[in-house]
Each structure stands twice: as structure tokens, then as C-alpha cells.
Design a protein around this ligand. Structure first.
Ligand code: PLP
Ligand code: COI
Length: 352
């Protein structure tokens, strides 16, 4: 791949103090354009800044947009590594296929990602729990109002030194079970990481936040009967000695953290089931004290303990609102691999 580089002549100071999530950006961004005649072309790393798009661009009217989220981690030896980046590349292409956006050759995409993150790697913070959050995204920018599959597109990557996604870090969060709005239906775009899924989720998320809850737990879009996932993470429950996570039915995002947690737990002998879990079964487990632990998992959220579920106005504390043993263990194991503190027997980490 030929990637041109235009260095930023006015580099910013690296941040000190609390980083928050997704508020600070590095000095450069990656941009590449697509059209049917030239395919993907003009790959470039340029100074971070505003972009200009045509007012009729497909993304502005019909939501032709997909994105990814992954992290680079600063190891104790100072080197920087990413976590399972090829998984993000593959999921991005699956999302592109669903939204009729052009796909990018897997090896080219990984090469681009690596080149960009290597260029920006000095921005990877080293305080405990901090990372360089990487956000690849693609949008359609045909300059016409006709509704068709996208002909012209742009692929970009931006990066953000980030702290914890949740304000209080690794602490139990409160989650509201949403029984009115739905996020996705089978046959729709639930399995794709597209902006529209998040736009449609915002109303319920805002309602939950106003009531003191971090996010919502979605039920399936047809019967509102089966547990799906949380706003920005997949979900797992420890019910007796079984760890249950909703199976991938097409309406749930196939999370890379979810996949890694399942693989980790299975390798340690835990009984893990990817299956349908109805709200009735979950409710029964809640009222009969069989639900021992619950947690969310995602790139931004890492492993996030759930200390309370609210269903139809009734509050159900989980594990007395404290971090459960398996949740803590999973967080410790996963983050040790991600930051290079433990041996990576799975081959998940990718050093720059
Ligand atoms: N589900 C949703 C809706 C998400 O936004 C995310 C975050 O990316 C996840 C699940 C977890 O996916 P991953 O572990 O690949 O970050
Ligand atoms: C991620 O975990 O990378 C996500 O994309 C979640 C995001 C919506 C904040």
C-alpha cells in the first residue's frame, strides 16, 4: 500500500491528567477514497482536522456509515500493541457488506491500521487503565439524493487517548431493561456496527440516564422476550454454575470482547452457553437469587460489572451491588493480556 504522509506542523501538547473517553484526538488522521473507476485510492495520513463533504452526501441523508472501535495498549516495556485487530477488520467488512459500502482487502486494511497507529503511537498513554482508542469509520458520499447502493465512499481512522468509558472506572453500573423501544430486528442491521443502530438507541439510553442508569439492556425486537445486549457492550450472566450470554442471532453485535471472554472462560473450564435467554428466565433467576453475577463486555467498556438491573420499575440488586468473583477474574485476565502483563497464549495481541 502506498500511504502518503503530511506531517502536522502544529502538533498539540500530549494531554496530562484525566483523559475521559473520546474527547481528545491525536495530531493526524487517516483518509482514503473510493470510487468504482479507481477502487480505494489516495491513502493518506494528514493533520487531524475538519473535513468537507457535499451537502447531498449519502451519509447525511440515508445514514450510510459504519465504524469500528479497538485499542492500542502501552506495555510496561514501552512497546505498543493492539488487541485482535484482524477481528475488527473482518467485522468492518461484514458491516460494509450489509450497508452496501465498499469492502477493503483484509491485508490492506490491517496494513493501514498498523501504519496509522504506528505513526500516532506516541499518543498511547501509560497511566494504568488508559489506552489509545482507535476509531476506523467509513461513509458513503455520493453527491445525489437518489437512494442506491453507494458508489463513492471515504474511509478514515482517528485515534483518541482515553481513560475509562464509565466515569467511575471499574465499578458496578446500573442498567435499565428497556421494554418499549427496540434496537434491532433479525434481517436488519443489528449485527453490523453502523451509526444508525446507535441513533435509534439514543432515546431509550437518554431516558435511562435521566433515571440514574448507565445504559439500557435491549430485548429482542420481535417479541421483546429475549435478552440481547447493552447499549455499548455485550452482556453475560452467571446463573448458578452456568455463564450465559445471548447467542448471535443476527440482531446483536458480535463483540470481539464477548468472543474473547467466551474463549478465555471456556479455556479455564467454565461452563459457558451462548443461547437464547428469555427475560422470564432472567427474572426468575433474579427473584430466586440464582443470578450470581452479571457484566457487560466491550472494547470501550472492557469488562463492566452490573450491580443493579431495573425491570418495569423494580430494582434488582446483583451480588449486593458488588463486583463478583468471576467478573473480577475475567477483568484481571483480559486486561493482563491486553497490556502485555500476562503471557498471551491465544495469540490475540499484535505488536506494532
Ligand atoms: N454491542 C454494542 C452495541 C457495542 O457498541 C459494542 C462495542 O463495540 C459491543 C457490543 C462490544 O463489541 P466489541 O467487544 O467488539 O467492542
Ligand atoms: C466500542 O466499545 O468500541 C464501541 O464502539 C462502543 C462505543 C459506541 C462507545
Amino acid at each position: 500500500m502506498n500511504i502518503t504522509i503530511e506531517e502536522n506542523k502544529n502538533p498539540s501538547q500530549k494531554p496530562t491528567g484525566a483523559l475521559g473517553f473520546g474527547k481528545i484526538f491525536t495530531d493526524h488522521m487517516f483518509v482514503m477514497d473510493y470510487d468504482p473507476q479507481n477502487g480505494w485510492h489516495d491513502a493518506r495520513i494528514v493533520p487531524f482536522g475538519n473535513i468537507s463533504i457535499h451537502p447531498a452526501s449519502t451519509v447525511l441523508h440515508y445514514g450510510a456509515e459504519i465504524f469500528e472501535g479497538l485499542k492500542a495498549y502501552r506495555r510496561e516495556d514501552g512497546k505498543v500493541q493492539m488487541f485482535r485487530p484482524m477481528e475488527n477488520v473482518r467485522r468492518m467488512n461484514n458491516s460494509a457488506e450489509r450497508l452496501c459500502l465498499p469492502q477493503i482487502d483484509e491485508n490492506d486494511a490491517l496494513e493501514i491500521l498498523t501504519a496509522f497507529v504506528r505513526h500516532e503511537q506516541d499518543w498511547t498513554p501509560s497511566e494504568p487503565g488508559t489506552t489509545l482508542y482507535i476509531r476506523p469509520f467509513m461513509f458513503g458520499n455520493d453527491e445525489t439524493l437518489g437512494v442506491h447502493s453507494v458508489k463513492k465512499a471515504t474511509f478514515m481512522i482517528i485515534a483518541s487517548p482515553a481513560g475509562s468509558y464509565y466515569q467511575n472506572g471499574f465499578q458496578p453500573v446500573k442498567i435499565m431493561i428497556e421494554d418499549t423501544d427496540v434496537r434491532a430486528v433479525r434481517g436488519g442491521t443489528g449485527y453490523a456496527k453502523c451509526g444508525g443502530n446507535y441513533a435509534a438507541s439514543t432515546r431509550a439510553g437518554e431516558r435511562a440516564e435521566q433515571m440514574g442508569y448507565s445504559q439500557v439492556l435491549w430485548l429482542d425486537g420481535v417479541e421483546r422476550k429475549y435478552i440481547e445486549e447493552v447499549g455499548a457492550m455485550n452482556v453475560m450472566f452467571k446463573i448458578g454454575d452456568e455463564i450465559v450470554t445471548p447467542k448471535l442471532t443476527g440482531s446483536i453485535l458480535p463483540g470481539i470482547t464477548r468472543k474473547s471472554c467466551v474463549e478465555l472462560l471456556k479455556s479455564e473450564g467454565y461452563k459457558v452457553s451462548e443461547r437464547l435467554l428469555s427475560i422470564d428466565e432472567l427474572h426468575d433467576a433474579l427473584v430466586n437469587n440464582k443470578l450470581e453475577e452479571a457484566w457487560g463486555c466491550g472494547t470501550a467498556a472492557v469488562v463492566s460489572p452490573i450491580g443493579e438491573l431495573n425491570y418495569k420499575g423494580v430494582k434488582y440488586p446483583i451480588n449486593n451491588g458488588e463486583i463478583g468473583k468471576v467478573t473480577q477474574h475475567l477483568y484481571d485476565r483480559l486486561t493482563a493480556i491486553q497490556w502485555g502483563k500476562a503471557e498471551d497464549t491465544f495469540g490475540w495481541t499484535y505488536q506494532l
